[in-house]
Design a protein around this ligand. Sequence first.
Ligand code: IFG
Length: 513
Amino acid sequence: MRLFALGTLLLAFAVVAPPPAIVAHGRTAMHDLVPAPVSVRPARGAFTLRPGTAIASDDAGVAAYLAGVLRPATGYALPIRPKGAISLRLEGAPASVGPEGYQLDVTPRGVTIRARTPAGLFNGVQTLRQLLPASVESPSVRPGPWQVPAGRIVDHPRFAYRGAMLDVARHFHPVETVKRYLDRIALYKINHLHLHLSDDQGWRIAIDSWPRLATHGGSTQVGGGPGGYYTKADYREIVAHAARRHITIVPEIDVPGHTNAALASYAELNCDGVAPPLYTGVKVGFSSLCTSKEITYTFVRDVLRELAELTPGPYVHLGGDEADATSDADFATFVNRVHPMAVSLGKKVVGWHQIAAPDVRHSPGRVLQYWGLTSDDATVTRAVAGGAKVIMSPANKTYLDMKYDATTKLGTTWAALIEVRDAYDWDPGTHLAGVPESAVLGVEAPLWTETLATEKDLEHMAFPRLPAVAELAWSPRSTHDWASFRERLAAQAPRWQTLGIGFHRSPQVPWRA
Ligand code: IFG
């Protein structure tokens, strides 16, 4: 009889409905965040958004952004007021959060995000977003309840440079696609978008002093399609869209190699004075600016001046990869003349790590983007000893144009097959011998588009591997754990479905029904 009574008591306790914000296995959404925060302390209960909920904020831009995220699915007005149950504060955050971190507090009475900068508030908003049901991402009104599990999160990034790259040269992708890519990388606290604006197959940014670069050099693409280019107004629109998401645009003009589109546009840029035809194939390493002609340096100076004027961010990327048609001596001469032009325009130079060639001088603030396949690179080690910083983009870990496995239709395999776990299970802080974590500016996931013509193609290759790289860039090493990450990634999928992101259903991830 006694046993029966105990059983009844336990049963009674079990049927007491847990707070709705608690999902299966006692996990709340606080356990499903990507990237993993530095510290998470769940509490009982939840905050429920109501039709009368208001947003108060010390930064108007982040408040407007948050309202824009929450209004469509909730259908609530969510006015921005001096006082509100959701408050975004620029004081009271612990010093540990630094320039981009935040403290998020949720109680049944309200949500408070504290940070030291608007960027920190923005990052806190991304976390708040993930604490709400996936249906909050819907562009149209969905039923609630709109509950946020209670607790405290204190968070800040491991690396300052958390990047994504979009190659708009091989296949041109329109402004709307770039803006949606910005919306999506913002979900995972990525704060730089590197645009690969020129290559053999296309020149994608209008330059007033050299108009044929875009009108002729931008008139085709891999496979011979119509190509396209950004007008300066288009580019400014992309920069503004990025800035509202606290994302810095890093424009790349790849030189002296990867320049057939420019050479095809102006005969005088060629050593023999003859413009080659436009190129719509996928070979690399066959083109070079004419490093012995003075007009080449006038050309680069004009392009850099106009690009720097369009780019509020601190970096310009000058490529430097696969200059196989340029002798080592000519490459060093060219780079040593051109990088100082960018510095005199107030910019810091990023380049593929080949710019660390022996005879190339260090320019102040220069950053090497490592895309190699090895765990040791003498040129990089030497350049770091000379003051260079490194963005880690090992091609066998972060190149999102690599096939997931042999069955992937899109993409290539030259670096590696990269399934989700391959993109996750490495450490940017220790990847390269001779490059201490203090020299690692951050991580970037390039998306090359030789085989990616449509936005759906981009989505399939970027998701779910981009969130993996984003976690490496943001989260402390102590939270790095594949078993946890794959579960948290599975919890992201309903959000991608609601956002219409056509992601790869990797067999490595326990996607929920
Ligand atoms: N390497 C080339 C890219 C692109 C890529 C495709 C770099 C720095 C192979 N250079 O990656 O232009 O073709 O995976």
